[in-house]
Structure formats: C-alpha cells, structure tokens
Design a protein around this ligand. Structure first.
Ligand SMILES: *[C@@H]1O[C@H](CO)[C@@H](O)[C@H](O)[C@H]1NC(C)=O
Ligand SMILES: *[C@@H]1O[C@H](CO)[C@@H](O)[C@H](O)[C@H]1NC(C)=O
Length: 468
C-alpha cells in the first residue's frame, strides 16, 4: 500500500508546483483586486514583477504603512487597505499584473503567494450589429507560466460555446449579455459583454386574429435594448408599413405609414387607411398600428420594414385574419326553423387553436359541454330562447385571441299561427259579408220583379177568375 501512496503524493506535489501559487486572481485592466494575507503579528506585502518591490506592511495593533517600493511611479495612488486588513489595488494596470508575496519580514520567506493574471475580453465590432453580420468575441488569459485555465462563453440563452474565441455570424436571438467564464480548479471568474443586434422583436411571420366587434392591433417593435440612437448609428434610412390586402391579391401593395427619420421621429400617414393609427410609445421602439374595430377589408399582410443606408433591410410580416359568424339561412327566424351557425376565419384553423361558443343564457344550446367546439353549429329547430347574442371565441391554450358576435332574432311560432287564424277569421268574415250582400241584392231584385209584375195588372181580374 505504501508503495502506491508515495507516487500519488509525488504527483499531487507536482500539480501544485505547476500552479506555482497559493492563489490565482484573474483581473481585467481597470479592475480592483484585493490581496489577503494570513493574520500574523507582522505582515509584509512584496511584488515580484519586472522589479521586486516592497509594497506595504501591517501589524496586529492596527499600525500600517507603505514600503519603499510603493513610492515607485504609479503604485502609491492605487494602494489602500480593506476593513479586514487586506491590501486593495484599485484600477489595476499592465504593470500591476504579476506575483504578490505575503512575508513575515520585509525580505524574508514568502508565506503566501498570489498571482494576479491579466484577463483580456474583447468584442468586434463594438457597435450594434445587424443579423447575419460577423461577431468576434475573444477571452484569454496571460498565464505567465501558470496553469492554463478553462475558458468558455455562454450565450444570452445560456448555451455554452466551448472556446475562448467566438467568430460567428450573429442572429437576432443572440442579442443580449454574453458571459466569458474562466475557471481554474474551484475558482471561477465571469466577465460579461453586451452584444446588440438591431432587429424587430416579433417572429418573422405573426398572425393576428380579430373580428368586427374587437379592436385590431398590428404589432411591431424593436428588440429590447435597441435604442433610436443605436439605430441611427447603424444608418437607418427609412421605416415604413406596407399592406397587401387579402381581397385583391396581385394588386400593388399600399404604403400606409412612413417614419420620418429627422430630429423628431414622427409617422406620416399616407392617407391609404385613415382608421389605423400608430400606438403611443414610438420613442421606446413601439411601431405598432391600431384601430377600434376590425373590418373584413383589413384582412391581409402588413409588413413593417426597416431600410438601412448600406442596402440591408429588416422586416416582419403580420397576417391579419378576421373571425366571424355566419348564420344560415339568416339571422331573423321563426322558432322551429333550422339554423346553421358557422364560426371561422375563412379557412381551417391551425391545430393549436380552438373555438368556444357562448350561446344566449336561455338557449337550448347553453350546455355545450366540451372545451373544443365545432366551427359549425347545427340547430335542427331553433327556439325563442336562442334569440340574442351568440359569441364565438378563438383560443390558443389558455389565451383568448379574439371573439366574434352575432345577434339572432327568433319570432315565436305561436304568433304565426295566430296570424293565420286572424287572417282566416278575417277572410271568413269577408266571405260571410259578401254572401250576405249577394243574398240581399238578389232578394231585393226578386221583390222588385214581383212588384213590377203586380203593377202590370192594375185592374184586378173578375172574381170569376179566382173561382175557376
Ligand atoms: C406596443 O403598444 C401596444 C398598444 O399600446 C401594446 O399592446 C404592446 O404591448 C406594445 N408593445 C411593446 C413591445 O411594448
Ligand atoms: C346546415 O349544415 C348541414 C351540414 O353541414 C347541411 O347539410 C345543411 O344543408 C345546412 N343547412 C342550411 C340551412 O344551410
């Protein structure tokens, strides 16, 4: 057993000696570094770089002072003491990287050795990027013969890139904070850089649903953390909205709004759509348009376009679709008639969307149990309770996207029968009156005729006439 342990001990000793220091501190130029020594009655700090310098001393009674070396150019303004008696080197520069020793006497043996190594982190270019431009990130350590640390980058979405030198074509999702992670044993140092990718924040193609009873908002905005100043620095030439109506495919697209890029950012309405208005918040990058109610003519594709002086363009397309209810045969019905209600956007819905009907409270259909309702609601016989407002809502998971409404008028069947009865009663009365009239006329005529006949025989016949 002893034979085995000895080589292991030697191996560990070799590992420690290659590290060459009790502690390693990675710092960038300009950082503040704190060097702590063990608590002893007297302690001296020495620096071993291009020159060997006595920097400072402290004693257990609270006495402290700077050594001769500290009087060298550049050191004296940087050295201070922490509350716990550690030496603090502020705004560290190239000359301050090297090995620091904690000693019991001003030129005695080193008790603790601390290496302060230079960490370089850089980004090229430093200005905001457009998607598909090249990004270079570099993260390296001047090891001064010390063990090479493990260096990797973390993207804003925390995905690891196993290299200290990133060279890639940037994408809009890579906008944000990148982190260089330097690790050496248990010691980890993180440095962040902000990569700005100028782009819109929506997905390239977004579908917006609305209806004639709902407002319409056509969203478009910059990616978070992109400012007007950065956009101008990148040479934005023009921002505008274009509309491709659904109804007239093949027609010229309409330019709806153009943003003037002078000192005051302001939308200019081209007059093509007077109801659509820009939302407030243009200064913070919200380019959305809105109107109080959707209309069938609003269906189509709206494209938010950003043009740059170098010829590059960025755009986002928002497809606007209208949900509506169609009642067949019509919305004015008599109870007992069949009715088809169809709720649709004019084509089959994507599988992740579903519909939900809300009939009027007294409707026979009010117990539509399941969550997923059919687009086509067939009622074989409507009742008077089915009259009123029907709502059809479009859902994506637990989010209501929009809803459409229709109002049905159902006449009770009874009144029709009553109408029939009243009509037939009236007809009967009329018939009877006509008959009576005709009958009377005929009687009158008969009487006149009889009288006429009687008058013709003015002279009554001799009595003998009757006797015969
Ligand atoms: C833009 O404004 C609209 C309307 O006020 C709002 O609904 C939307 O959330 C805003 N978008 C952003 C990214 O702020
Ligand atoms: C209602 O829908 C059904 C099935 O889709 C169809 O057979 C029927 O003709 C429709 N009725 C009316 C009045 O549209």
């Amino acid at each position: 057993m002893k034979l085995l342990i000895q080589p292991i001990l030697i191996f560990i000793a070799v590992l420690i000696s290659t590290s060459g220091a009790d502690e390693v501190i990675y710092a960038q130029v300009g950082d503040t570094v704190t060097i702590s020594c063990p608590q002893k009655p007297y302690m001296y700090w020495a620096f071993q770089g291009r020159k060997n310098l006595n920097l400072a001393w402290i004693n257990h009674l609270g006495g402290k002072g700077l050594g001769d070396g500290a009087k060298e150019e550049g050191w004296i303004d940087k050295l201070t003491w922490s509350q716990h008696g550690s030496l603090v080197i502020s705004k560290i520069n190239h000359e301050n990287f090297g090995t620091y020793h904690c000693q019991l006497t001003s030129n005695g043996e080193s008790v603790t050795t601390i290496k302060v190594l230079k960490l370089d982190v850089s980004m090229k270019p430093s200005s905001p990027l457009l998607p598909w431009e090249s990004l270079s990130l570099s993260c390296s350590v001047d090891t001064q013969g010390d063990r090479r640390p493990n260096i990797h980058w973390l993207k804003p979405n925390k995905v690891i890139m196993h290299t200290g030198n990133v060279n890639k074509v940037v994408q809009s999702q890579e906008n944000g904070v990148w982190t260089c992670v330097v690790s050496n044993g248990g010691k980890v140092k993180e440095v962040t850089v902000l990569v700005t990718v100028v782009d819109f924040s929506l997905d390239p193609l977004h579908t917006q649903y609305t209806s004639e009873s709902m407002p319409l908002t056509i969203p478009c905005s910059f990616a978070p953390r992109v400012s007007w100043e950065q956009l101008k620095a990148r040479g934005v030439q023009e921002i505008y909205w274009q509309f491709f109506p659904k109804s007239s495919s093949g027609h010229e697209p309409q330019k709806l709004y153009v943003l003037s890029m002078e000192n005051t950012q302001m939308w200019n309405n081209t007059g093509k759509n007077k109801e659509l208005k820009p939302v407030p918040g243009l200064q913070s990058g919200n380019l959305s348009l809105t109107k109080k109610r959707g209309r069938m003519e609003d269906q189509g594709e709206y494209v938010c376009i950003m043009k740059f002086k170098n010829g590059a363009t960025l755009n986002r397309t928002v497809r606007v679709e209208m949900l509506r209810i169609i009642a067949s045969p019509r919305t004015d019905l008599v109870s007992g008639q069949p009715l088809n209600l169809t709720c649709s956007v004019g084509h089959p819905l994507p599988p992740d969307l579903h519909l939900q009907w809300s009939p009027p409270q007294r409707s026979s259909q009010s117990s539509l149990a399941s969550d997923h309702h059919p687009a086509n609601l067939i009622i074989p016989e409507v009742g008077t309770g089915d009259g009123g407002k029907w709502v059809c809502a479009l859902w994506q998971d637990k989010t209501k996207l929009t809803s459409a409404e229709i109002t049905l008028k159902i006449e009770p069947k009874l009144s029709v029968w009553m109408l029939v009865i009243i009509c037939s009663a009236a007809a009967s009365v009329f018939l009877i009156l006509t008959l009576v009239f005709i009958f009377c006329r005929r009687r009158q005529r008969k009487v006149r005729h009889l009288r006429h006949r009687l008058c013709q025989c003015k002279n009554p016949k001799p009595k003998g006439f009757y006797r015969t």
